[in-house]
Write a protein that binds this ligand. Sequence first.
Ligand code: SF4
Length: 248
Amino acid sequence: MQDKDLRCQAKKLFSFFLAMSGWAWYNVGMKATPKLSQPSKMPCKSWSLPAWTTCPGARNADGSAVDACSMCYALQGRYTFGAVKEVRDHNLTDWTESDWTDAMVKAIGKSTYFRWFDSGDIYSPDLADKIVEVCQRTPNCQHWIPTRAFKDARIQPLLDILNALPNVVVRLSSDSIDGETIEGDNTSTIIESPEDFVSGKGRVLCRAYTRAGKCGSCRACFDKRVKIVSYPRHGRKVKTIKAAGYIG
Ligand code: SF4
């Protein structure tokens, strides 16, 4: 066999090994190996954590789920599959590695959009600190961070720091499924149906439902000028949430 063929075979084998082990080329030599996902709706990659366990803002005082989170898509369907759960479980410990911010900056690379938390939330001030650094070091990428972590007094000031960055939109999620809005520069709410959308300056109706659930060219969630995004309700109440041990 020619040298060139051997090199080609070796390269293919190396790529196969990386793919099978869940590594990515940008992580070689690093302790942290963040695993990104590609939500089917989104125009970009995402970094996510296990839903509910990392979502203290999803709970009422009695431990039950707030209305919006009782319908959480990330506790149902394909999100319950082993491979999807494994990625989120991995990220839950991986972010504590000392070189995680370096690895994330590399993983985001030249991406122009990035969505944090397709599932999960900022449950720790230390994680919030690290996300600030990642966003500061990726100024050419527009970050969208949907969150209920503003309920945590330790994390709320860090969200303000994040939202002050020109390339970041921290979008505070209302607990309502009836269109109630909350205070904040950038927020979101859930409405029963598109007919319930209240139009106005800085308000946008998510029209992904007209595009088979995909964002298409819309980037409203990433846009600081958009004050409130209204998402028409979809999905069903999580019937298994208690049985699965998510709610005590
Ligand atoms: S408002 Fe636009 S960017 Fe946000 S989820 Fe809907 S389609 Fe996607």
